[in-house]
Design a binder for this molecule. Structure first.
Ligand SMILES: NC(=O)c1ccc[n+]([C@@H]2O[C@H](COP(=O)([O-])OP(=O)(O)OC[C@H]3O[C@@H](n4cnc5c(N)ncnc54)[C@H](OP(=O)(O)O)[C@@H]3O)[C@@H](O)[C@H]2O)c1
Length: 278
């Protein structure tokens, strides 16, 4: 392995940001272990230059142990852990049961935590400025109505990242947070049927507002998105630059994000309360 070649592990590499990043980092000459759940995706990943597909569901400890073993056996250390796998979580708080929240948080938060704990011994062996990169979201910064499960998982992932960064600093292991804006992927397309069912079945007092606020994400999900290259560029900076940042914000910041950051929160509350109420 040459000095500028890194050993990378990335979860959720079957589509979207993860697939693009695995391909791109492989093309740059890094050795990439790319996690996916389906056999066809794993085989497809292994056909990409410098990419080795591994079976990885981040809610399954056995999959994670096998992925650690694969990296340990082939290389013996890890330079870059990218916790990319994640799922959207949405719906009115009162309409979603506790199990739904647990499922989103199990993937987006505990999945990353399981990976970090499992790969830590291999990261400690890296002599190559090791880094853990956690894929949060612009939604890790604010909380809009009807997206509570997602925001909760990403805010908590950011809290984990901040604490961990300060714990690992003396050991020379960096922790970086990515907060992408809207990026072209399959995230919402793959949940369109679930949204249609939700819109039909939920009859609560929240339904009209929830649908008004959520439907833009599901009806034409990739209309105003950026190419995943912007995230790949940020990942490369985080991995290689001697001046790597703690946070990156690749991609388009949605208008709601700008509103939430710039306007008084009581005003934002009033604007959001009117959507779908008329
Ligand atoms: N796209 C955006 O606009 C955007 C913005 C901000 C943040 N993000 C974040 O970026 C990350 C990647 O999402 P994406 O937009 O590229 O969506 P995507 O195309 O749907 O990719 C999500 C990936 O996560 C995988 N995954 C889901 N559950 C998993 C589990 N239990 N174990 C392992 N892998 C699992 C999926 O695998 P399967 O194919 O097997 O389901 C898929 O490979 C997520 O963390 C997301 O929250 C995305």
């Amino acid at each position: 392995m040459e000095d500028n070649q890194k050993v990378v592990m990335i979860s959720g590499a079957s589509s979207g940001i993860g697939l693009y990043a695995a391909e791109y980092l492989g093309k740059l000459g890094n050795y990439v272990f790319a996690g996916a759940r389906k056999t066809t995706d794993i085989s497809r990943l292994s056909e990409i230059q410098n990419v080795h597909g591994v079976k990885l569901d981040i809610t399954k400890p056995d999959d994670i142990s096998a992925a650690v073993e694969a990296v340990e056996t082939r290389i013996g250390y890890l330079d870059v852990l990218i916790n990319n796998a994640g799922i959207p979580g949405w719906g009115a708080v009162m309409d979603r049961d506790l199990e739904y929240f647990q499922q989103i948080i199990d993937v987006n938060l505990f999945g990353a935590l399981r990976m970090i704990k499992a790969f830590y011994p291999l990261l400690k062996r890296s002599k190559n400025r090791p880094v853990i990169i956690n894929m949060s979201s612009q939604g890790g910064n604010y909380a809009f109505p009807f997206w509570a499960p997602y925001h909760m998982s990403k805010w908590a992932l950011e809290a984990l990242s901040d604490s961990l960064r300060r714990e690992l600093l003396p050991l020379g292991i960096r922790v970086v947070v990515m907060q992408p804006g809207a990026i072209r992927s399959l995230a919402f397309e793959s949940q369109r049927d679930e949204f249609t069912d939700y819109a039909k079945q939920v009859k609560s007092e929240f339904q009209a507002r929830a649908i008004s606020l959520l439907q833009a994400a599901f009806v034409d999900p990739n209309r105003k998105t950026k190419d995943p290259q912007v995230v790949a560029d940020a990942l490369v900076h985080a991995i290689y630059s001697p001046n790597s940042k703690l946070y990156y914000h690749p991609g388009r910041r949605l208008i709601p994000d700008l509103l939430a950051a710039k306007l008084p929160q009581k005003l934002v509350d009033r604007i959001l309360a009117r959507i779908g109420s008329d």
